[in-house]
Design a binder for this molecule. Sequence first.
Ligand code: HEC
Ligand code: HEC
Length: 384
Amino acid sequence: MIFWLLGILISSITYANDAADAKYFSIMGLSSPPNDPSNGFQKDQDAIGLGRKLFFDSGMSASKAVSCSTCHFTSGRYIANESIPAGSSRAFRSVMQITGVAYNRFFFWDGRADSLWAQSLGPIQNPDEHNFDRLSAVVHVARKYPDELDRITSTSVKYQQHLNRVNSWMVSKNGSPPTVSINFIFSLIGKSLAAFQTSLPIPPSRWDEVAKAKITGTALNNEQEKIWKGFKVFTGKASCSNCHDGPLFTDFSFHNTAMPTRPELGIEAGRYEVLPQIKGSEFSCYSLYSDASKEECRHLNYVNQTIDENFGSFKTPTLRNVGTKSHFGHASQFSSLQQMIEHYDRAPAGVHGRMLNTRTLSELKPLGLSSEEKEELLEFLKAL
Ligand code: HEC
Ligand code: HEC
């Protein structure tokens, strides 16, 4: 009798724990994206609408053939398209997923942009991406979307004045272009793209179905059982969730995981390399073009600058949709998820420690996973 009751007690505690974990790591546990005080237009419906048009507008590139969607939208989904021939320098940075991107505090693999809107201005001017210049981008948008810009700026006298200055200059072409006003409207392009990306829903994955079944106490089929076992390895023995935490499978932070270097790149300092410029960058939260007060830029005020925590570190990427990728790591160091799992299982020391005269800066420890556990982990990753 006592054992029978104990059995029921243990299984109901396990059920409650499993259901709580399932919720915490699935979209059921996701709250709405945080507010970005530096983007006054984050929730503006007109800005979202313009952002959607710009995301797909190849007119905003030098070749008239490249838009954000070229690399971030494929087969009708907002997932990374890695089939695009890469430019010489971009070849070494793999395309990131934009799923749930608005939850991040820093953007790009090294986190050199401190807001989603500042990030969005990068590819427009990058010679390997849109290869456009700032003035041409502003002129293109002012000509093609005058009504949209009028509506968006109608809520702000400041932005309205800058738009008027840009429009008058475009008509008269008198003197040099009004730099500050051009920059304000350029920032509005980024803010609209950010508003649009923030508005994108996160579609439920096969993993979310498994989590839902666990929450509601529904039986799992064979395939789902395997995914669940992989989740247990992910959060248990393999401790992947130390960094790939929560419904988006990222802590939004930076870590050294001893990823192999590429000969062309030498030793990359990663996060550490960009830290000195981050606060003073042209479109940072502190800048003239930010809509936040300095106190509101909390992520910049308290940015972690220590060398041992940042040297050779890169951003923990979301693992949502990771099964659709064919290159892994910031510099496409691996070409399969199996290779990624083997890397974590081995936990090499990496190259960065030696430079600071310490054994390793990597946070990884060898895992000792069995081949069955590796397989379950793989099934889990593919279901995200
Ligand atoms: C030619 C391909 C290409 C194009 C075009 C492109 N991107 Fe990207 N995107 C990338 C690559 C590569 C990275 C990672 C770059 C790095 O870290 O240096 C990236 C990173 C990002 C990130 C950062 C995600 C994160 O978690 O930090 C966002 C957001 C993004 N791109 C949005 C955009 C937007 C918006 C546009 C259009 C204005 C755009 N991209 C155009 C390839 C592209
Ligand atoms: C110490 C923190 C940490 C732990 C623990 C960790 N990761 Fe990562 N993960 C990262 C970081 C940081 C990157 C990016 C590394 C880079 O490119 O330099 C990454 C990248 C990845 C990628 C590549 C994603 C892409 O889009 O390219 C996969 C897949 C991945 N991790 C899976 C796992 C799995 C599975 C585990 C557990 C076995 C795990 N990670 C444990 C931090 C971590």
